[in-house]
Write a protein of this length. Structure first.
Length: 131
């Protein structure tokens, strides 16, 4: 039950983060350095949301705090992750662990706009300790 709740919390947070869009154009982007907040085809982690949840649960190290770190990052056109930032801090140690987790992720399937891969800003909550 608790895992189901955490999974639903993660999915809800991702959906909320994506709804804060500023650009919804449907044509191919001419500026490849532009970062989108909403796109026609959302980026996805290998294995989907459950794959992302399993990656975090498997790789998370113990920290001195209980709670949530909200972290945002850019998924690049090649699926790599860059520009990692803590949006909601918990503690210095938890924040560093959240950054470590995101920077160690496998490549995502990139977001698509107009049939072309684009940079997409993404935000997720990371709960400590993961249960």
């Amino acid at each position: 039950m608790r895992k189901l709740f955490l999974t639903l919390l993660l999915i809800g947070s991702i959906v909320c983060a994506k709804s804060q869009n500023h650009d919804t154009t449907t044509h191919a982007p001419s500026d490849t350095s532009k970062t989108f907040y909403r796109v026609e085809v959302e980026p996805s982690y290998p294995g989907g949301v459950s794959g992302l949840f399993m990656y975090i649960a498997k790789n998370e190290k113990s920290v001195d705090s209980k709670g949530v770190v909200r972290i945002s990052f850019t998924i690049e056109r090649d699926g790599g992750v860059s520009d990692i930032k803590v949006d909601q801090s918990l503690s210095e140690r938890a924040d560093k662990e959240a950054i470590r987790l995101v920077s160690g992720m496998r490549k995502w399937r990139p977001g698509m706009q107009g049939g072309h891969p684009v940079r997409v800003r993404y935000s997720i909550p990371i709960k400590f300790p993961m249960e």
